[in-house]
Design a protein around this ligand. Structure first.
Ligand SMILES: [Zn+2]
Length: 242
């Protein structure tokens, strides 16, 4: 920017600006995918346009950094010494895009901290501990409901029904322990045959260890994994109760 301003003041007719910052040059060429400082890029392009209208041709060329060039350290040291300090400090305010990214990042951090410390939603926290966009698995309407209930842990199993007075003790009729999603998916001996079938199919999807997080979390092959688990629910009769 300063170079362009200097060219405008001096009235140069032709100039080439060399830079070792390839990413900056790519941003000026519109090839940085929106990650660059759009405000500064826009300002520079406006300045180039203005210079061209005044008859000044401006070109940009990439000059690769001096990595590996003999004497680079000596030259850098001498240049810094001439400035009387170790660093050149230039105050450049954040652009709008950078401000938005910083605010988003801080909000996510705050949200993550609250999610870590909250006493509520711990069943979902066990399988989804990191705040990030959820994965849409695109199942049928009814299967998506069952899938969401499994992940939230709020369903028609005994341990949930007892909370609303719809079950006498919340325990599995087969083995006498609380009947939760974790119990029916991983432990209940009543579904051992169907579970063996499920656990035989999951390694083909890259799932080698079995826990609520690997079964219901945002891991590998979410749709195919969800379909396998829905099939388990249907084969055990749990699909109606979830
Ligand atoms: Zn059981």
């Amino acid at each position: 920017m300063w170079v362009l301003r200097w060219m405008e003041e001096c009235g140069e007719e032709k100039a080439v600006v060399y830079s070792y910052l390839l990413s900056a040059l790519m941003a000026l060429g519109g090839r940085e995918g929106g990650r660059a400082r759009s405000d500064m890029v826009g300002e520079i392009l406006m300045m180039v346009f203005k210079l061209k209208r005044q008859g000044c041709g401006v070109g940009f060329l990439w000059a690769p950094a001096h990595v590996g060039v003999e004497g680079k350290r000596t030259v850098d040291k001498a240049a810094r010494a001439s400035l009387g300090g170790d660093m050149v400090e230039v105050g450049v305010p954040f652009g709008r895009m950078e401000c938005r990214n910083i605010i988003n990042e801080r909000l996510i951090q705050q949200w993550q901290q609250e999610w870590n410390e909250d006493a509520r939603g711990r069943k979902l926290y066990d399988i989804h501990p990191i705040i990030k966009p959820g994965i849409i698995v695109s199942l049928s309407w009814i299967d998506e409901i069952k899938w969401t209930r499994l992940r939230l842990g709020h369903c028609g199993l005994a341990s949930e029904l007892v909370l609303v007075g719809k079950h006498r003790d919340g325990k599995c009729e087969h083995c006498g322990v609380p009947e939760s999603v974790k119990h029916v998916l991983l432990f209940c001996p009543r579904y051992v045959g169907e579970r063996r079938m499920l656990f035989t199919g999951l390694p083909k999807l890259g799932i080698e260890t079995f826990s609520l997080r690997t079964l219901l979390g945002d891991g590998l092959n979410p749709k195919e994994r969800a379909l396998e688990i829905i099939h388990f629910l249907k084969s055990t009769g749990l699909h109606r109760r979830i």
